[in-house]
Design a protein around this ligand. Structure first.
Ligand SMILES: Cc1ncc(COP(=O)(O)O)c(C=O)c1O
Length: 375
């Protein structure tokens, strides 16, 4: 086999964040400082219970288990069960080095390549597209599966609650996708990294998992749930996530990752057990984001913007009915930085994504600026 011609980076899109530079410069010039709502990176402290577990496990001279410790895998099973996703087998759980690396490498790890189709939402986290391209497969943005016709599809990505739209997929929707994919032998990978960050009707129970028996009929065949502790536990810096579901698929992932050295460090595995076992910090964090969300939502709506979707996750998906770059420029004049919807697909070009991941003080500053000057 001859290697594909050209550098791998040549298959990838331009890194979009560089396009924000001039808007960031304008926003940073605000006399009261920038309010950066452009990225979803947590800003609140990592919970003490998690930091203590990391410290206690810091003597780690030997190699960690690629498959994760049995204690970690049991903790993940218990966490899924609390979310209504019963029947996850401990052997069918695998820790990952954050979920972004799994999203980016899953098509490759599953052996996809040239001619294979990877479907992802039309307005989506860009790494689904990147992962397909890294494997040499074909990314196809599509929300309605019927529009795909008879194309042979190998992998379908779902994301609920979604980045950037905040849309939550109910049980019936998830079930239809699972049925469709099983009929065609496709794998469904459900990115559930915002699972516990639901609002309104989703606030109590969180968003449904693809591994919930109401969705999958009790069988996890063809299904993978991709989950992360980055957002619910302020752990993005630890790179702590996991994938679970179909025992045969997870066994295959373990096997390949063992050869490739894709291993979560032992102290991080210990910290993950502590994070998964503690619900108190999750409730505190949920309340923090809920309060920031209300402040920002009111500020945008009072200034004449419309908030769409945004039923879950860490973003408001807002529009003034104009091109996103014009909206971005207007906010930058107020010293507020958001992410243009165009980063997430052509269908997002009239929206901005506003992250809830800023301190209470910065969120209040954004609201004040919008109400005093209009945006
Ligand atoms: C939809 C989605 N999936 C995955 C990730 C990656 O999260 P992490 O790698 O921190 O687990 C993000 C991060 O923002 C995201 O928005």
């Amino acid at each position: 086999m001859t290697p594909a011609a050209g550098p791998v980076s040549g298959r990838l899109p331009e890194f979009p964040w560089d396009q924000l530079a001039t808007y960031a410069e304008t926003a940073r010039a605000h006399p009261d400082g920038v309010v950066d709502l452009s990225v979803g990176t947590p800003v609140d402290p990592t919970p003490d219970v998690v930091r203590r577990a990391l410290e206690a496990a810091s003597d780690a001279p030997g190699y960690p288990l690629t498959h994760g410790t049995p204690e970690l895998r049991e903790a993940v099973v218990a966490w899924f069960a609390r979310r209504g996703a019963t029947g996850v087998q401990p052997a069918a759980v695998l820790p990952t080095i954050g979920s972004k690396e799994l999203v980016a490498w899953l098509p490759t790890l599953l052996g996809l390549g040239r001619g294979d189709v990877v479907v992802h939402p039309e307005v989506a986290y860009p790494t689904y597209d990147v992962g397909a391209r890294l494997a040499g497969a074909t990314p196809v943005p599509a929300d309605g599966l019927t529009s795909l016709g008879p194309k042979p599809v190998r992998l379908v990505w779902l994301n609920s609650p979604a980045n950037p739209t905040g849309r939550v997929l109910p049980v019936e929707h998830l079930r239809k996708v699972v049925d469709w994919a099983r009929e065609r032998g496709a794998v469904v990978a459900s990115d559930e990294c915002y699972a516990e960050l639901g609002w309104g009707e989703w606030a109590e129970a969180g968003a449904p998992s693809i591994l919930d028996p109401r969705v999958c009929g009790g069988s996890h065949d063809n299904l993978l749930a991709v989950c992360s502790l980055s957002k619910r536990s302020n752990l993005a810096g630890y790179r702590a996530a996991f994938v679970a579901g179909d025992p045969a698929l997870v066994a295959e992932l373990v096997e390949v990752r063992r050869h490739a050295g894709m291993i979560v460090p032992a102290p991080v595995q210990a910290a993950m057990i502590a994070a998964l076992g503690d619900e108190a910090h999750v409730r505190v964090q949920h309340a923090r984001y809920g309060a920031r969300r209300e402040v920002l939502r009111a500020a945008f709506e009072e200034a004449g913007w419309r908030v769409d979707g945004s039923e879950g996750g860490l973003y408001l998906w807002v529009t003034r009915g104009e091109d996103c770059w014009d909206s971005l420029a207007a906010l930058a004049e107020l010293g507020i930085l958001a992410a243009p919807g165009a980063f997430y697909g052509a269908a997002g070009r009239r929206h901005l994504r506003v992250a809830l991941t800023a301190t209470d003080e910065r969120v209040a500053a954004a609201a004040r600026r919008m109400s005093s000057q209009g945006a």
